[in-house]
Design a protein around this ligand. Structure first.
Ligand SMILES: Nc1ncnc2c1ncn2[C@@H]1O[C@H](COP(=O)(O)OP(=O)(O)OP(=O)(O)O)[C@@H](O)[C@H]1O
Length: 338
């Protein structure tokens, strides 16, 4: 059984303009020991999934249908008390650095100790030793544990956040855009440290990012979301031989994945409004290969290779699309046609 099983998950936000379905009938398994990267443009529902897993959806958001099972136990059907027991001990989160989870009025050490104290009764000495290990792992000077969060740089706070996430040795760690707002060198250091949690300690991890290149470098499986839907999922073949035109477009837009010297191409236009999503393929309006069928009928995920699925009506033409997708004119044509 997979560690995390997401089953036909639908998540709605109530807004004054109506109900937006941010995640629509999404199913995804994360196996024990796997490092999954969840990618997609801003607003496609990545963070909503992370929040639902952690039971921290905002008041106007709710799981409308489907389920999320962690070690077989339903998270949306768990009580707040049960979720609090799971948090830090079984599932921990490294949030966006911009909205780092530290309270400004307590020292870093006090906050890590508090997370520990809520779950286990360790002696002061045991906690001190654990913080020694954690700070050594994330590369922070031990003495700085007595600092307040504002005394740390953004990168140091993110390292401390990683230490806090690891404090109780949880089996599953969710990192939601953990390098937002950090400079490129610090981003690399943080992503490297997060990867080490997986390679050294064998943790199951979910990394949420909009950056295909980051996922290509760090994760062993990739899930691509578009407008609340899962459109492609598999191992590295997802970006080596993508089957969904949206994945092809994403690969074009990231320098490390596009061939050296080749022009970077961005996908024209914006994703659909989730208050009134189209009936057919949600990408049709931006897809250079869309046909009448794509606008009329939503494609289902089909197997395109071992452990590799994609949701496109024209899977059999993927090789042709991949060739054409490398040409900027293909995408400009789609923008002009609309
Ligand atoms: N509290 C909210 N109330 C209403 N709509 C929301 C709320 N939070 C998110 N949404 C909407 O739900 C959709 C998914 O948002 P989500 O933050 O999950 O996307 P994302 O892929 O994580 O984007 P980003 O990369 O920008 O964080 C978006 O259309 C967003 O506008």
């Amino acid at each position: 059984m997979a560690l995390l099983q997401i089953r036909d998950l639908c998540i709605d936000y109530r807004t004054t303009a109506g109900t937006a379905r941010a995640v629509d009938k999404l199913s995804l398994d994360i196996e024990e020991g796997e490092y999954l990267g969840l990618v997609g443009e801003s607003g496609c529902g990545k963070s909503t999934i992370a929040k639902a897993v952690l039971g921290i959806l905002p008041r106007n958001g709710a799981v409308a249908e489907g389920d999320i099972l962690f070690r077989g136990r339903s998270l949306p059907h768990s009580s707040l008390q049960e979720l609090n027991r799971l948090r830090w001990r079984d599932i921990a989160m490294v949030p966006q650095s911009a909205m780092n989870g530290f309270d400004p009025v307590y020292t870093i050490e006090a906050q890590i100790n508090e997370a520990i104290d809520t779950h286990v009764s360790w002696s002061r000495e045991q906690k001190r030793k654990r913080i020694d290990e954690l700070f050594a792992f994330v590369g922070l000077e031990r003495g700085r544990a007595h600092d307040f969060p504002h005394q740390f740089s953004g990168g140091m706070r993110q390292r401390a956040m990683i230490a806090m996430a690891m404090a109780l040795d949880p089996g599953f760690i969710v990192a939601d855009e953990p390098t937002t707002g950090l400079d490129v060198i610090v981003q690399d250091q943080i992503l490297h440290r997060i990867k080490e949690i997986h390679t050294r300690f064998g943790k199951t991890m979910l990394l949420i990012t909009h950056d295909m290149a980051v996922v290509a470098e760090n994760c062993d499986r990739i899930a691509v979301m578009y407008a609340g839907k899962l459109v492609e999922h598999g191992a590295h073949n997802v970006f080596e031989t993508p089957f969904h035109p949206y994945t092809m477009g994403l690969c074009n837009a990231f320098p490390d994945l596009a061939d050296r010297g080749r022009e970077l191409i961005s996908i024209p236009k914006a994703p659909p409004n989730l208050l009134t999503p189209p009936v057919g393929c949600r990408f049709a309006d931006r897809c250079p290969f869309a046909a009448a069928r794509c606008r009329a009928e939503a494609p289902a995920l089909v197997e395109v290779g071992p452990g590799h699925v994609a949701a496109c009506h024209f899977i059999d033409r993927a090789a042709e699309f991949r060739m054409k997708a490398r040409d900027i004119g293909t995408w400009q044509g789609a923008a002009a046609a609309a």
